[in-house]
Design a protein around this ligand. Structure first.
Ligand code: ADP
Length: 471
């Protein structure tokens, strides 16, 4: 469309002007021939030169214009319109030609081209031919003027015709382009409309609906969408499993408490020892419920405040030493030895409260799932980029098929054993969340019956949103 409009607006007028210029040149050369004939036949003095009269009339007819022969006194000696014969004309262009200057003029309003050229005497013309003298500088040899007019209506009509033709072609080309664009846009957007319908069906009634891939792009979008949907479904499943786990974990101690309380209510006259024992069990169940609620709160806080870590540079050696000191009484009670081995002083950027909680859970597990006389060995090391912490124990170990699950919420290898020793199944989930918030990594390896290793790698400098390589 654009090039077509440019053509109509700029090229057509240029073409018209060129046609007018060509006509002017042709008129000039024809007029030149006739002025020679006028000079050689003495036509200015005697107009009874038949072939010249016929030629002038033929030229006038051919151009649908007028031919005038004017002598040096500016008197019209021949007018093919037979209007001004014998009259004197003092038009500017005629006067200029009488002074030796040829001229042409295109009048757009009266739609004609006028050419005026001087008629030179034969002697003057010979001089010019020989000497190449400029006639306009000297009018001594000018014996008359030939005036030629030509109608430009045929040129204008041709121009109009071309303009209309291009206009129509433009409209047709525009309509064609529009139809083609409509066809292709319809064709290319068809898969996306189908995709939208599929998403709509899924949203409204959970049904997949028909689906066919047409192009690479819609196939890619659909694959991405399927990936996202699978993730959303997995997240929803995990959420439901978590909710049912939470309600189960909260209900179990309550159910035990109710059974214990009902037994006490129904047993009139029971010995005081029985009351004391049942009350002890009730207290234990309340402690268990409190632990679960505290761990759940830690996890929820972690989920919500991931972006608001209270990062500070801490001495890892001091922090771990302090932590082991706090856990010493528990370790002694279990008959487990706690050892710290630091290879160098390590400064690391962490949220101290959250990171202490994570390490505490790991060391506590090492103590809980251990034998009398066992050990928990904590090693601290670092390179230029990372801090490495290993928590190693000589405990019961984790079965191979459970290793991939120990970081899941509420996962326990041995439910009853874990409950017995006060486990909630949330400790390692909290550890994993804390390490991931610090852009670190944790890996576990274990040999059943021999012990377990938990290896942590943590960037020394905390970078918000940073990505770390695999260990
Ligand atoms: P819990 O509160 O039950 O200890 P965790 O999330 O801390 O929950 O641990 C999940 C499960 O992984 C535990 O129930 C236990 O079976 C197993 N586990 C964790 N740490 C150790 C360890 N150091 N040695 C052996 N088993 C472990």
């Amino acid at each position: 469309m654009g090039p077509g409009v440019c053509f109509c607006a700029f090229m057509l007028p240029i073409d018209r002007q060129r046609s007018i210029d060509t006509n002017v040149t042709r008129m000039m050369s024809q007029a030149q021939v006739i002025t020679n004939q006028i000079a050689s036949t003495g036509y200015l003095d005697n107009q009874s030169v038949d072939f010249l009269n016929a030629e002038l009339v033929a030229l006038s007819n051919a151009y649908s214009g007028r031919v005038m022969v004017i002598d040096s006194t500016l008197k019209v000696v021949k007018d093919t319109y037979d209007i001004d014969d014998g009259k004197y004309v003092v038009w500017d262009n005629v006067v200029s030609a009488a002074k030796g200057q040829s001229a042409s003029y295109h009048d757009k309003y009266s739609k004609c081209i006028t050419v005026t050229i001087p008629i030179l005497s034969l002697s003057k013309k010979e001089n010019i031919d020989n000497d190449d003298t400029d006639v306009s500088s000297d009018n001594s040899g000018v014996i008359g003027v030939l005036l030629l007019t030509r109608s430009t209506e045929d040129i204008d009509q041709e121009f109009e015709f071309q303009r209309n033709l291009f206009g129509e072609m433009l409209i047709i080309a525009g309509m064609l382009a529009f139809a083609i664009a409509l066809f292709f846009s319809n064709r290319y957007t068809h898969p996306f409309r189908l995709f939208k319908r599929r998403v709509h069906n899924l949203k409204e009634n959970g049904k997949e609906g028909e689906w066919k891939k047409f192009y690479t792009e819609d196939g890619d979008i659909s694959d991405e969408f399927d990936g996202y949907r699978e993730r959303a479904v997995a997240m929803e499943d995990a959420r439901q499993a978590f909710v049912s786990n939470v309600s189960h974990e909260l209900k179990t101690p309550l159910a035990s408490i109710k059974v214990l309380a009902d037994s006490l209510n129904g047993s009139d006259g029971a010995p005081i020892e029985m009351y004391k024992e049942f009350m002890k069990d009730i207290t234990l169940e309340i402690d268990r419920e409190t632990n679960v609620i505290n761990d759940l709160l830690s996890l929820v806080r972690m989920d919500r405040s991931g972006a608001t870590l209270n990062i500070a540079q801490i001495h890892m050696n001091d922090m771990i030493e302090d932590l082991l000191r706090r856990l010493k009484p528990l370790a002694e009670k279990q008959g487990v030895e706690l050892v710290l081995e630091s290879f160098r002083p390590v400064l690391c950027e962490v949220d101290e409260v959250k990171f202490t909680l994570a390490l505490m859970n790991l060391v506590e597990n090492g103590i809980k799932y251990n034998h009398d006389g066992g050990y928990v060995h904590v090693t601290l090391n670092a390179d230029k980029q990372y801090c490495f912490i290993r928590v190693e124990d000589s405990g019961i170990g984790i079965p191979e098929d459970s290793i991939g699950h120990v970081f899941e919420r509420f996962y326990r290898v041995d439910k009853s054993h874990s409950r017995e020793i006060g486990g909630t199944g949330l400790g390692l989930a909290i550890v994993a969340d804390v390490i991931s918030l610090h852009k670190g990594e944790i890996k576990v390896s274990s040999v059943l019956g021999e012990g377990s290793f938990f290896d942590i790698r943590l960037p020394l400098k905390y970078v918000a949103g940073g990505v770390n390589d695999e260990i």
